[in-house]
Write a protein that binds this ligand. Structure first.
Ligand SMILES: [Zn+2]
Length: 258
């Protein structure tokens, strides 16, 4: 009697393909996700480096300006020293000495500030080297991931393509209205639109939906055994099937495709 049924057996063929398709699609998504995460990390590190380098350039410019200032002041001190020899009075002489001493104090302040900046620059540049190493490391990881995922992604896409080709042939064998219902449910439950009616022939008091585990009853089993039509779980709405139908369908599919 069951062999003449079409609806659930033909849907089960699709369901099994869709379950596999869904797994391959998830694996493909996961692959791309890892890569996207690495790319984001690299972008952050590159932005850090750009910021560090800009700060470093600014500091170098500041040091350059300090150096120029220092040289100007030193030249000025030299000049004043030279004028010492040509002074006419003691008063003039000591006035120049006071000025030289003030300039020297300014020079040593500048030298201290410049030294501090140079030490900071050295530290900053060491930090840039470390960040660059991090960048190289992450870029290497990404290249490896891309290399690996390229092969794996091609493999997964190959499976998906093969299953989709298989699927379109099998979808044509499902009664139109049943296919419509199934396709709508497939959007809600990708790869999981059908659920087995779970029960033990020795314990028909405990019948449940294999999708949501809510209780079903003997009427569900009887209808699936007696009528060639769709029956859905009241709780989750999945299309129900009997494990025995799946078992028969598997055997038929293997015979058919062999
Ligand atoms: Zn259910």
């Amino acid at each position: 009697m069951m062999a003449s049924f079409v609806t659930i057996p033909s849907l089960l063929v699709l369901f099994r393909i869709d379950r596999e398709l869904h797994e391959y699609q998830l694996a493909l998504d996961a692959l791309l996700k890892d890569q996207v995460a690495l790319e984001a990390k690299i972008e952050t590190i590159a932005a850090d480096i750009a910021q560090q380098e800009a700060a470093s350039l600014k500091l170098q410019a500041a040091i350059g300006a300090q150096d120029l200032d220092l040289k100007t002041r030193q030249a000025h001190i030299e000049k004043m020293r030279e004028t010492l020899n040509s002074t006419k009075t003691n008063k003039e002489y000591s006035a120049i000495l006071v000025q030289i001493s003030a300039d020297k104090a300014e020079v040593s302040k500048l030298e201290a500030a410049m030294l501090e900046n140079m030490e900071k620059l050295e530290k900053d540049q060491a930090a840039i080297v470390v960040t660059r190493q991090q960048l190289t490391l992450q870029q290497g990881l990404l290249a490896t991931a891309q290399g690996e995922s390229e092969a794996r992604a091609a493999e997964l896409r190959g499976h998906i393509e093969r299953l989709n080709a298989l699927r379109s042939g099998d979808a044509a064998k499902v009664p139109t209205e049943a296919l419509k219902q199934y396709d709508r449910l497939r959007l809600k439950y990708p790869g999981d639109a059908m659920a087995p009616v779970e029960f033990d022939d020795d314990d028909l008091e405990n019948i449940s939906c294999g999708g949501c585990f809510m209780a079903l009853n003997m009427e569900d089993v009887n209808q699936l055994r007696g009528r060639d039509e769709i029956r859905r779980c009241n709780a989750c709405n999945r299309i129900l099937y009997l494990p025995e139908t799946l078992a028969q369908e598997k055997i038929r599919t293997v015979e058919h495709r062999a």
